[in-house]
Ligand binder design. Structure first.
Ligand SMILES: Cc1cc2nc3c(=O)[nH]c(=O)nc-3n(C[C@H](O)[C@H](O)[C@H](O)COP(=O)(O)O)c2cc1C
Length: 160
């Protein structure tokens, strides 16, 4: 089949899919790491597994490889600034320097999130320019509240 797809069409198509906004966290050789991620989902109930997709060039992937642990923080609608913050390439120590968090099961959990999960890495599978991490859940909690949504390239509240 002849391929005529351009990346802009692909991005426009997947951008129509609303997603939650998470921060994937871990602890690497130099301390805590975190990146804003929408490519996160539930995978299995028996065993309890979730999936996180991480860019090959991300420092958080290096931290996950190092520790074998991964956290998922589901952002609240008033945490857009955290989404922008963790999407940046600021030095890693600056990314966590002023951010309120605690460490649970060896990964950073951010304050004020609507839900969080911690997990142990079970598999790291190649997926183009990303790696697909499969993790088994160690702990999870859902403090609740309104989640932040990403749709067509912008952050939205569910009520917008
Ligand atoms: C809305 C949004 C969703 C994103 N989703 C992902 C994702 O699922 N996986 C990923 O690796 N990067 C994703 N990114 C990009 C990372 O957040 C970005 O590359 C970050 O700077 C990586 O940080 P690090 O190198 O400190 O780990 C997303 C960015 C935004 C703004």
């Amino acid at each position: 089949m002849e391929r005529t797809l351009d990346v802009a069409s692909y991005r426009a198509a997947v951008g129509q899919m609303p997603t939650g906004v998470t921060v994937i966290t871990s602890v690497g050789e130099r301390g805590p790491s975190g990146l804003t991620a929408s490519a996160v989902c539930s995978l299995s109930l028996d065993p309890v597994l979730f999936v996180v997709c991480m860019d090959l060039g991300s420092r958080t992937l290096a931290a996950v490889r190092h520790s074998g642990r991964v956290g998922v923080n589901v952002l609240a609608e008033d945490q857009r600034w955290l989404a922008a913050h963790f999407a940046s390439k600021a030095p890693e120590h600056e990314k966590f320097g002023t951010i309120e968090h605690r460490e649970i099961d060896g990964v950073p959990v951010l304050n004020g999130v609507v839900a969080w999960l911690t997990g142990e890495l079970r598999e790291l599978l190649p997926g183009g320019d990303h790696m697909i991490g499969v993790a088994e859940v160690v702990s999870a909690d859902a403090p609740g509240g309104a989640p932040l949504v990403h749709h067509r390239g912008v952050y939205r509240a569910l009520s917008e």
